[in-house]
Design a protein. Structure first.
Lengths: 509, 485
């Protein structure tokens, strides 16, 4: 099942690659059609997923025995939303790529390979396998930015590649080190996550390994001050690239922190709470403040990602039920809303070939449907109650208040700032009278574009109004993470940080 | 008087190659056939030699299974027929075949000198094949010289080309200097141990406490320096960029590939088998050379504007990575690395030769602009091979690096591994630079035709890179059996 989920897009990529280049009109529709297969599989996986701790549908095949590496896959409540999100966004991103004219075949192939890598990274439970996917993703993304990007695409693509490769290189060293410690303690070599979690490390080593992993993921997230590659990559990437970059690739960083740092280095994670929390909050405020002054719409959304992902990291290192659940659900939500915002900016760019806020004004009058979608996604991103962003950020703030109250209070200003930069941008672009000639002739959304945005809008509403649809499946897994930390360290989640605390308190009163 | 134990099988592949070289020269004198005939003779000898190597492999496996390892040592312990030697020889044969095939344009353009070229290639492979299988240091030196001298001549085979002459002279001077240093080191090791065979030295140092090890230490140092020249490890790499750039494009891949395989196979055998009891003395030196090679090679490769020079400096960096494997005393990891790297190197130089054209000697990076449109085959293959050299996952290069790095870490060289992974990141930058130029910049120069043989070589190199990257067990299981005696 999970293997099929990874192989389906890879096979689809091969199929598209085999269609001759002169049948250029076939590649995109075929790619979209084939990407429905992983979407269907992911939907089915979501449907049959049981809300309980532990990994489901696990696969474990030996890859090369003497090295202890294996094709070990499994899905739990933490990875499930991300797999669904990835499978959902790829067809949408492809559908938004009709304006790509050159080398459409290679484009579709790279997007599908990217999908295979991303799903693989979320499902891998073997550190070697995870690293392979984590690093292999760079190649298609590098080409997507570098070939189909904007003017400074080459600079942006190389910067993206080198930054992320630098982080993961040290993580590779730490993975080897972990495996070495495992083999000296247990007598066999293994790279399986479940095995490596049993390694006992002395404090210094554990902190070094934690730092190496955290660096790799912090660059990916990206956390302040390692974020400088992100605006470049986003601005230069084509729309589909931006969507997948923001919605899925960055989540590999937050996912990695939650999945691997907390599980492998519980002691160091507990010690790192103040540091990681502080960095996260700096990112929240910094990203928001910088977003306010951006003259470029795409850059604004990019910096808003820095801010929003800071929330997710804060929630992760709050080490409470609320924080972790909020982090996981916000991983999903941010992918939906920011993915939609990048789509919208891309649609605007296709029409007007500019992303500068100053070039617009009064678009509400000429493109009412577009403005409606934009406002809706803006509200979702700000965290208006009833929409999905509210659920995640509220959980994160509640959850982190139990552990790091000061940071939680500061972080809550990030929500206010988000309202400022997004609504102000909305005001400048959409309200008032259309004063520029070029803007008066813009066409509103086509049915195709509405079709791309509608599923995302529905998700925003569903998760916002009935978050249990996701939280029920997430909860057991995040509780398991906390159980693991509590059992392997002296740390105890402060009252009332655990779900049980909340329920007991409710029962008493 | 004792007659030596003759085991023809142990040297049969080498004999086949040497014989074929002689036949090619004689046939040329007598009948002056077309180049194609000579090529077929060379190809035939490579097939025969590979077949004999397989027979050797099976015989060696039987002997090991029967616990009768003494038959693996032949000619009074002059040469060995252990898995290590046979694997090294097989890798050399494959690289030779790919080298001749990818450079066939060059050989057939040589006209009447084609026979010389082919004979020299076969002789070079013979020499290096003896080098990887010899147990006696003098024998090893002979193999080294037979191989190296043939390569010096090959580098200058196009006498009309001044750059090639310069490359050949430089290669010859530096190379013979290195050989002299190597043989002096051998002499000092002999002076300290009264032993010339690798196994004998190992036994001697393992069973006696050497009162004054100074002579031996200097000997080890000189051996490392001498072989360091051959494998172009920094700071003994200065000849490599000029030779790679000046030598005829058709044979550079072969020249670089076989020298690396033989040099490292011999170095690993000497250091890890003969003088392994002195590892406290040479491991710091090896680590130091490794660090310098990795960093200097990667950084210098960044600033090159000529693809061949870039590949030369990347070769210096690769030498550093392989030395990491020696620090990890990982003989199987080194063999794996050598095999995959040599195949990638020959493939990459096949592309370089095709892009430079049969007559052109320039390999400026500008020639690669927009290559993805002018020749998708060349650009695609070079991309896979470069990503393989860079060590991206799902390519054999990643598995190779992972193997030597993890062995080095398991052997207690954590910091070496950290430096190595960082150097790999620097390396990404210059490999990507070529990919950028091929795919992300456009140029409307004429499309490039790719000869059929080159297509085959590229196909094999690309497939090997991907298959060994995705299913590494297919080769790792073999090198795991290819242990030195």
């Amino acid at each position: 099942m999970l293997t099929a989920l990874i192989l389906a897009p890879a096979v689809a990529a091969i199929v598209v690659a085999l269609i001759p280049s002169r049948r250029a009109e076939l590649h995109l529709p075929l790619g979209i059609a084939l990407s429905m297969v992983p979407l269907g599989l992911a939907g089915y996986l979501f449907w049959i997923f049981e809300p309980m701790p532990g990994y489901q549908h696990a696969t474990d095949a030996v890859w090369y025995e003497p090295w202890g590496i294996g094709w070990t896959l499994g899905v739990d409540g933490i990875s499930l939303p991300m797999v669904v999100l990835t499978a959902l966004l790829v067809p949408i991103a492809l559908g938004a790529s009709t304006s790509i004219s050159k080398r459409i075949k290679e484009f579709v192939v790279f997007i599908l390979l990217l999908e295979a890598g991303m799903i693989g990274a979320f499902l891998a439970l073997d550190m070697f396998l995870f690293f392979v996917f984590f690093e292999a993703i760079l190649i298609p993304m590098y080409f997507i930015i570098g070939i189909w990007g904007g003017e400074r695409r080459i600079y942006a693509s190389i910067k993206f590649f080198i930054y992320t490769a630098l982080g993961s290189a040290l993580m590779l060293a730490a993975i080897i080190g972990l495996a070495f410690n495992y083999s000296s303690q247990f007598g066999v070599t293994s790279f399986a996550l479940a095995d490596l979690m049993q390694v006992t490390l002395d404090q210094g080593t554990e902190r070094w390994f934690f730092a190496a992993f955290a660096l790799a993921f912090a660059i990916k997230v990206p956390l302040f001050p390692l974020h400088t590659w992100l605006p470049d990559a986003h601005v230069e990437a084509p729309t589909a690239g931006s969507v997948l970059l923001a919605a899925v690739l960055l989540k590999l960083g937050t996912y990695g922190l939650l999945r691997f740092n907390l599980a492998l280095f519980p002691e160091a994670s507990v010690d790192a709470v103040p540091i990681m929390g502080t960095i996260a909050v700096i990112g929240i405020i910094y990203g928001a403040v910088v977003a306010i002054v951006q003259p470029d719409l795409k850059k604004l959304v990019a910096y808003s990602s820095v801010s929003h992902l800071g929330f997710i990291v804060l929630g992760t290192f709050a080490l409470t039920s609320g924080g972790l659940q909020g982090a996981v659900i916000q991983n999903f939500n941010h992918g939906v809303t920011t993915g939609a915002l990048f789509l919208l900016v891309g649609m605007l760019y296709d029409r007007r070939h500019t992303k500068a806020i100053a070039d617009f004004g009064g678009l509400q009058k000429v493109m009412p449907v577009f403005a409606g979608f934009f406002l809706f996604m803006t509200f979702a991103s700000i965290g208006l109650p009833g929409l999905n962003g509210f659920v995640g950020e509220f959980l994160i703030l509640i959850g982190s208040y139990a552990t790091v109250p000061v940071l939680a209070i500061i972080a809550s200003f990030g929500v206010v700032l988000a309202a400022i930069y997004l609504l102000w941008a909305y005001e400048r672009v959409f309200t008032g009278e259309p004063d520029k000639e070029e803007n008066k002739v813009l066409v509103d959304l086509s049915p195709r574009e509405i079709g791309l945005l509608t599923p995302l809008a529905i998700l925003v509403l569903v998760v916002g109004l009935y978050p249990a649809v996701l939280l029920d499946k997430i909860g057991p897994s995040t509780e398991a993470v906390l159980d693991h930390i509590e059992s392997s360290t002296d740390f105890e989640v402060p009252y009332p940080g655990r779900l049980d605390d909340v329920f007991t308190a409710g029962g008493d009163s | 008087m004792q007659t030596p134990d003759v085991n023809w099988l142990a040297i049969a592949p080498d004999l086949a190659l040497a014989l074929a070289a002689a036949i090619i020269l004689l046939v040329e004198v007598q009948w002056k056939p077309r180049a194609r005939i000579l090529g077929l003779i060379a190809a035939g000898s490579l097939v025969v030699a590979s077949g004999l190597a397989v027979v050797q492999w099976l015989a060696a496996a039987d002997a090991v299974a029967a616990g009768n390892v003494s038959v693996l040592s032949a000619f009074s312990g002059m040469v060995l027929m252990d898995g290590y030697a046979i694997f090294g020889r097989f890798a050399l044969l494959v690289v030779t075949a790919m080298g001749i095939a990818s450079g066939w344009q060059f050989f057939s353009d040589l006209g009447r000198r084609c026979a010389e070229g082919l004979a020299l290639v076969l002789l070079a492979t013979t020499g290096f094949s003896i080098m990887v299988s010899s147990n006696n240091l003098i024998m090893l030196f002979l193999g080294l010289e037979v191989g190296s001298i043939a390569l010096y001549v090959l580098a200058g085979l196009t006498r009309e080309d001044k750059k090639a002459d310069e490359a050949a002279i430089k290669y010859f001077l530096m190379g013979s200097f290195a050989s002299a240093i190597f043989v002096y080191g051998v002499a000092l090791i002999y002076a300290g141990t009264r032993q010339l065979t690798i196994l004998g030295i190992g036994d001697f140092l393992g069973s006696f406490i050497v009162g004054s090890p100074g002579v031996i230490l200097i000997g080890i140092g000189l051996v490392i320096v001498g072989l360091g020249f051959k494998v172009s490890a920094a700071p003994f790499h200065t000849w490599a960029p000029d030779v790679y750039q000046g030598a005829p494009a058709g044979i550079v891949g072969y020249l670089a590939g076989v020298a690396k395989i033989a040099g490292f196979a011999a170095m690993a055998r000497i250091l890890l088998t003969a003088v392994d009891d002195f590892d406290w003395s040479f491991l710091p030196v090896i680590s130091g050379i490794a660090v310098v090679s990795m960093l200097l090679g990667s950084v210098m490769a960044l600033v090159q504007s000529d693809v061949r020079r870039m590949l030369a400096y990347s070769g210096v960096a690769h030498a550093g990575f392989i030395l990491t494997g020696i620090a990890g005393s990982s003989s199987d990891g080194i063999l794996f690395y050598l095999a995959v790297y040599a195949v990638q190197l020959v493939g990459a130089f096949a592309v370089v030769a095709a892009v430079s054209g049969p007559s052109g000697s320039s390999s400026d990076i500008g020639l690669y602009r927009g290559l993805s449109r002018r020749s998708p085959v060349l650009a695609g293959s070079l991309t896979v091979l470069l990503l393989g050299m860079a060590g991206l996952p799902l390519t054999s290069g990643f598995v190779a690096k992972f193997g030597v790095f993890s062995d080095a870490w398991f052997n207690g060289h954590e910091w070496l591994v950290v430096v190595a992974v960082l150097a790999s990141v620097i390396a990404f930058a210059f490999y990507l630079r070529i990919v950028v130029i091929m795919y992300m910049e456009d140029d409307d120069a004429a499309p490039i035709a790719v000869p059929g043989l080159v297509r085959w070589v590229l196909g094999i190199a690309v497939l090997a890179t991907l298959i060994w990257g995705i299913l590494p067990g297919s080769l790792l299981n073999i090198v795991a059996d290819a242990l030195p005696l």
